[in-house]
Design a protein around this ligand. Structure first.
Ligand code: NI
Length: 443
């Protein structure tokens, strides 16, 4: 072994020893850190807590009080401004105001947030940060109005309308969806299977926008001319196409030509929807005429409008109608949202509109007011006026909408409570052969 090789070997050995030494040092350092952590967490912090009068491991008690039965009810949050102790100590129970708005502190130091709360007989709505809200506030399926001082105003009722579009989707549907999105509006689309297959992105986007998927069968046949099994297959085939396109089946059905019977509804097992205002767009094919037909029509709270998104003029008319209705204060909702807002639990039945007069007639299946003997016993608490659907008859009467008394007369004979009434209404107001035209044009 020559000198060079020997030196090389020594150098390697030295390096090895150095590495070993550093490794050992690193291990010591790591052990020291662990010991420090243990001492601080296990001994010093508990002692500090004990000295400070707190239990070890205690965190800030964010015990957001669970709302009881009413999901819209406010919850109690721990004291506002908890971090700022000097400020908090000066705060007293009652109303407070800062640069963000007004909020209410309870005697126990909590404050209300995220819901409705009665204070001194007045209902307020608190946002997630505990400040009172004013103007229109959406609670569940309803919009409630709060005055500038934050008090709930039961006189203000946002009228609701359900726009429905049949026979699509089509090449103009995305334009319509753009408009709905811009206006924060919802609609219901009664679609035929082949068009779902042709435009699978449309139902996907409808769901994203909060629109409702409706089923308008596969072949657009008159269902009453088919066997029950064939009628059901018409619906399930389109549901399969919807599931394929967007992962969800339809929730509601519209029978082609408004032609159905109770056996078909029962066999299909979904709510069927007619309409109370026909735009006649399938006949006009003219955006101005479509527009006039709707804007001059009966736009009472609870109206269901029929249009067809396979026609370009219908979509062009909608681009004007939607923002205008919103500007007029309407809330544009799906048929199921409309039903829920009116206190109707949808059944396997047919629905034509959710006007106060129709609800009062007792002919709407699943309307909670149907089973109530007398809801006129007003106890004066605003709670009742708000809670989802329970402001049924008494409120609807007292709010004295113009169309109510008219509507009552026209519905007074339809009080036998069956779904057949709404059916015959819809059928009469509809010229069946023309829808066939409308469909074949689009198909
Ligand atoms: Ni149709």
């Amino acid at each position: 072994m020559d000198k060079k090789a020997y030196r090389e070997r020594m150098r390697r050995k030295k390096r090895q020893m150095m590495i070993r030494r550093y490794t050992r040092l690193a291990a010591y350092a790591a052990a020291l850190v662990l010991v420090c952590v243990f001492v601080v967490r296990g001994i010093i912090i508990p002692i500090a807590h004990w000295v400070g009068g707190k239990e070890p491991g205690e965190t800030v008690p964010v015990q957001a009080q669970t709302a009881e039965a009413d999901p819209d009810a406010a919850i109690r949050q721990p004291l506002k401004g908890q971090g700022d102790l000097s400020k908090a100590s000066e705060m007293t129970a009652g109303w407070h105001e800062d640069e963000n708005g007004r909020w209410y502190q309870n005697a126990d130091g909590t404050y209300f947030s995220s819901g409705l709360q009665d204070i001194d007989g007045v209902t307020y709505c608190f946002d997630d940060n505990g400040y009172i809200q004013t103007g229109w506030v959406t609670k569940g399926v309803k919009d409630l109005y709060f005055n500038d001082d934050g008090s709930y105003n039961p006189e203000m009722k946002r009228k609701m309308i359900a726009l429905t579009y049949d026979d699509g989707p089509g090449e103009y549907t995305q334009t319509l969806l753009d408009c709905l999105e811009e206006n924060n509006a919802h609609a219901t689309f009664f679609m035929v299977g082949p068009n779902v297959q042709a435009y699978p992105d449309a139902p996907k986007r409808m769901l994203e926008l909060g629109c409702e998927l409706g089923n308008h069968t596969w072949d657009h046949y008159q269902l009453t001319t088919l066997t029950l099994d064939a009628a059901v297959k018409e619906v399930t085939d389109t549901d399969d196409a919807l599931i394929e396109a967007c992962g969800q089946a339809s929730t509601v059905v519209r029978a082609p030509y408004g032609d159905y019977n109770q056996s078909i509804i029962d066999a299909v097992g979904k709510p069927f929807f007619m309409w109370s205002l026909d735009s006649l767009d399938w006949q006009y094919k003219d955006a101005d005429l479509d527009y006039n037909e709707i804007m001059n029509g009966d736009l009472s709270d609870g109206t269901i409008i029929l249009m067809h998104d396979i026609h370009e003029p219908s979509v062009q008319a909608s681009l004007r109608i939607i923002p205008e209705l919103v500007a007029q204060g309407y809330k544009l909702v799906t048929v199921s949202e409309l039903a829920a807002a009116k206190g109707v639990t949808l059944q396997n039945a047919s629905y034509t509109d959710f006007w106060d007069s129709t609800l009062a007639s007792g002919s709407v299946a699943g309307y909670e007011g149907n089973t109530t003997e007398d809801t006129s016993g007003e106890d004066g608490t605003s709670e009742d006026g708000i809670s989802d659907g329970s402001d049924s008859e008494s409120d609807d009467y007292s709010d004295g909408t113009d169309d109510y008394s008219d509507g009552e007369d026209s519905y007074s004979d339809g009080s036998d409570g069956s779904g057949e009434d709404s059916y015959s209404d819809g059928e009469d107001g509809y010229s069946d052969s023309s829808d066939s035209e409308s469909y074949s044009d689009g198909g």
